[in-house]
Design a protein around this ligand. Structure first.
Ligand code: FES
Length: 232
């Protein structure tokens, strides 16, 4: 064998497995030192603390959201209740406008008609009717709405078509203490401090009327003058 042959002879191959084993041994983690173990414990502790803080933050956020939501709902409910209370409503029956059809309106000089839903008597006075013996001021006649409540102590005053008093038949006469009123509601007898109160009345086309039972005027000797002209 020549010198050249000796030179060109390939180097002895190291098996890859052995090489890998050798590398693996070299790259394996060195056994943890006591200091490294302490560091690991500190890191783990901090991670646990961060986790606890996050849970606390989440709980606070839920409580805060719940508080503001409840407060918002309470305020909204209060505002709604106030709005509901203050919003004007159209009242039906006593306190509001009560309609009376033309058929129910009494004839001039006829007996008053009781309108129960409005708590008033509808009267149709003839000219100069509704006064008696110097009580009351005469008017031109027409419609009056008399509040049925006695100004004395609040009893309901009925119309007594057959009751005679002072040589005349037909009076409003209170059953409680005897206060007596003309067809125009003028007091002529009894403890009542004033004539019957009147309500605002308006005549509609077709002969029906509307009485605003929320618009009550204290009764006076001018009751017959308050009558609204009514022609059908
Ligand atoms: S309540 Fe009508 S007279 Fe007394």
């Amino acid at each position: 064998m020549s010198e050249n042959d000796e030179t060109q002879q390939p180097e002895e191959q190291v098996p890859e497995a052995e090489g890998a084993e050798a590398k693996g041994d070299a790259g394996a983690a060195a056994p943890a030192t006591p200091m490294a173990r302490v560091d690991d414990r500190i890191v783990a502790k901090r991670a646990r603390e961060r986790s606890g803080e996050q849970r606390e933050v989440t709980r606070r956020a839920v409580l805060r959201t719940g508080f503001f939501a409840t407060m918002g709902l309470t305020l909204a409910a209060g505002a709604l209740a106030s709005w509901n209370f203050m919003w004007p409503r159209k009242l039906a029956g006593f306190g509001g406008v009560v309609s009376v059809s033309a058929e129910r309106v009494p004839k001039p000089g006829g007996d008053p008609v009781r309108v129960v839903e409005g708590k008033f008597w509808l009267v149709n006075l003839k000219p100069e009717e509704g006064t008696h013996g110097g009580f009351g001021e005469t008017g031109q006649g027409g419609l009056l709405a008399l509040y049925q409540k006695c100004p004395h102590l609040g009893c309901t005053v009925p119309w007594r078509p057959t009751f005679e008093f002072g040589g005349k038949t037909g009076w409003f006469r209170c059953p409680c203490h005897g206060s007596t009123y003309t067809k125009g509601g003028v007091r002529v007898f009894g403890p009542s401090p004033r004539p019957l109160d009147t309500m605002e009345i308006s005549v509609k086309s077709g002969g029906g009327v509307e009485v605003n039972t929320g618009a009550i005027t204290l009764g006076g000797i001018d009751n017959p003058k308050r009558a609204v002209p009514y022609t059908t």
